[in-house]
Design a protein around this ligand. Structure first.
Ligand code: ASP
Length: 621
């Protein structure tokens, strides 16, 4: 085989006059009659190849027949491009290769879509031919960025005395958090492994083992409904530290994030320590525990002010135990009615009845509902929001959780519409002081806000049985630009306390023993105080890459229906294989025949959406 001497991104003026050989993919061909120009591409870049019929008739004959994306090798002499034809957009743009010999190593068939212009192609088709899509520089660049992010993490943690330890993927199902992916056992009929939702329990056991500081670039599996920032399998930087308090873990994580930024995007300005907000503050001000802090627009409460006003939806909401809240958008009074109608739809997407908007024009509140507000109420409203001319007030009334969610969505929407979302900015923040439990209305008992191994705040341990809802957790989330980037906590390290918490979570003593006996037993053999965090690597890289979906930073992501369109997984397996693992398949009535015959399922359409609309089960474990 012809050996290349350089990559397609290597040639510069220093190589002019040299005889070289390149190999790569034909990205584009321009036939100018007597000369054919070929853009030859590989991972490192693109080089222009010139094939002239007068000097290289044989190579010219080959070049005329080239098809896009065929793999070729070309030898020839590097020359300076004629003045005026340089291409400053290419690193190799001041030179070109004059072909003397050209060999087709492998011709490509007609392509399902042009690689160069894949951005307008249906997402499902791109996922089906992901290996073609990955030839685009944008995606390749994302994978390169990801490589560097992970390398920076490894280097930094190695320096900080962390040990990288792998933990098993075939492990045990734990009946909390998200749904598990199960793997049937051949050797133990009727028994199943579960793929880990995170290595949470294993990293705690490593602390009991005395490993002191652990990390892992850990694949996690959660069978959940998918969206832009969720995939069935995703990667976390998982870490755990012994004898460390919350402050030490937060500082460690900040140093790690800064080390990553220094390596991959030193131009981005981020200050440490990251700002901190309590969970309660975050919900009150931004309606969410993962606020986008690149812009302000804080939410204010008007329940008292408007609950008795002449506006029926406010009165009704407050009489039903609900609230009225809203925020001010500076300079947005001129927003068109059609755009306000879009906001209505946005708010309804979160279950709200709608949004009430008020424009401030010439010091007066203008809105269809304004006539139902007294002038005193109008003035107080302006005072509460500090509203001035040209401002727009957006108000939502209803049940607290719905109002918060809707205002969070509206705030994000308005941030974009008003041009307040600086794509270069990285607004990291810690959310702290989460509650330990949340009420699980369906199950009728408390469930863990973070996970069942999170330590209650020492000052609140006494409240565990008397007022569980008031117990704060030693847990923290790292958020950035409206994404939850990671969560962590100090862990319970005494078996008795773990048993108490499990009991509050609705486990009988037997169930707790069956599900977590191994962990509680280990805690009884000398467990150091410990805590840790997991950072979503896909999410971090997506933010740094400036994309709104983690699929763009994964080599082979799955669709929203959790299908791998390249490998065509999941797929039926032969009965013999099922027999070996003692599994009988009972299909639901609506299962369609296509899936059973091993055929390719219809491509499921993909849509992009902003992260953070609903609660995020990927933080569950
Ligand atoms: N296991 C947790 C998670 O995956 C992270 C942690 O508490 O360290 O979210």
């Amino acid at each position: 085989m012809v050996q290349r001497t350089h990559s397609c991104g290597a040639l510069r003026e220093t190589e002019v006059g040299d005889t070289v050989t390149l190999a790569g993919w034909v990205r584009a061909c321009r036939d100018h009659g007597r000369v054919v120009f070929v853009d030859l591409s590989d991972r490192e870049g693109v080089t222009q190849v010139v094939v002239d019929v007068r000097t290289s008739p044989e190579a010219f004959a080959v070049a005329r027949e080239l098809r896009a994306e065929s793999v070729i090798a070309v030898s020839g002499v590097v020359r300076q491009r004629p003045r005026g034809t340089e291409n400053p957009a290419l690193a190799t743009g001041s030179v070109e290769l004059t072909a003397e010999e050209m060999v087709v190593l492998n011709p490509a068939q007609a392509l399902p879509f042009p690689v160069d212009d894949a951005s307008r192609v249906d997402d499902a088709l791109r996922l089906r031919y992901r290996y073609l899509d990955l030839r685009r520089e944008a995606l390749r660049g994302n994978l390169r960025l990801r490589h560097r992010v992970v390398k920076a993490m490894r280097d930094h943690l190695d320096e900080a005395s962390f040990l990288e330890v792998e933990t098993p993927l075939l492990t045990r199902s734990t009946p909390e958090g998200a749904r598990d992916y199960l793997v049937p056992s051949r050797v133990h009929p009727g028994e199943f492994y579960a793929l880990p939702q995170s290595p949470q329990q294993m990293k705690q056991l490593l602390m009991v083992a005395g490993l002191d500081r652990y990390f892992q670039i850990a694949r996690c599996f959660r069978d959940e409904d998918l969206r832009a920032d969720r995939q069935p399998e995703f990667t976390q930087l998982d870490l755990e530290m012994s004898f460390a308090d919350q402050e030490a873990i937060l500082r460690m994580t900040e140093a790690l994030v800064m080390a990553v930024l220094r390596l991959v995007q030193p131009e981005r300005e981020v200050a440490t320590p990251f700002p901190r907000l309590t969970y309660a503050e975050s919900l009150a001000r931004y309606g969410t525990d993962k606020p986008d802090l690149r812009f302000d627009m804080s939410i204010l409460d008007c329940t008292e002010l408007l609950g008795t006003s002449g506006v029926r939806i406010f009165r009704r909401a407050v009489a039903g135990g609900g609230v009225v809240k809203g925020f001010r958008v500076a300079g947005a009074a001129s927003m068109a009615d059609e755009d306000l109608a879009v906001l209505e739809t946005v708010s309804q997407g979160y279950g709200a009845e709608g949004v009430v908007w008020l424009r401030v024009i010439d010091g007066v509140v203008r809105a269809p509902l304004a006539k139902h507000l007294t002038s005193r109420e109008q003035q107080r409203l302006l005072d509460v929001f500090g509203a001035a001319d040209d401002d727009l007030l957006l108000l939502v009334a209803g049940e607290l959780a719905v109002v918060r969610a809707a205002l969070d969505g509206l705030r994000r929407e308005m941030g974009v519409r008003q041009g307040l979302v600086d794509p270069e900015a990285l607004a990291f923040a810690w959310i702290v002081d989460f509650p330990l439990f949340k009420r699980d209305a369906e199950a009728g008992h408390w469930s863990a806000e973070h996970h069942p191994f999170t330590s209650p705040a020492p000052a609140d341990v006494a409240l565990l049985e008397t007022d569980p809802g008031a117990v704060r957790a030693c847990s923290y989330d790292l958020v950035c630009n409206g994404w939850e980037l990671g969560s962590g906590s100090l862990r319970i390290h005494q078996p008795e306390l773990q048993a108490r918490v499990l009991q509050l979570l609705g486990y009988s003593a037997d169930e707790a023993e069956a599900s977590f006996g191994h962990l509680m037993e280990a805690l009884g053999y000398g467990a150091p105080p410990h805590g840790g965090i997991a950072l979503g690597i896909d999410r971090l890289v997506a933010i740094l890459a400036g994309t709104d979906t983690i699929r763009d930073v994964m080599a082979f992501p799955k669709t929203r229906q959790a299908a791998d369109l390249v490998m065509r997984a999941p797929a039926p397996v032969p009965q013999t294989q099922l027999d070996e693992v003692h599994v009988r398949v009972v299909l639901p009535p609506q299962a369609n025949a296509d899936t059973r015959s091993g055929g390719v399922k219809p491509l499921d359409g993909e849509t992009r959406e902003v992260p953070g609309k609903r609660r995020d089960p990927q933080r569950a474990l």
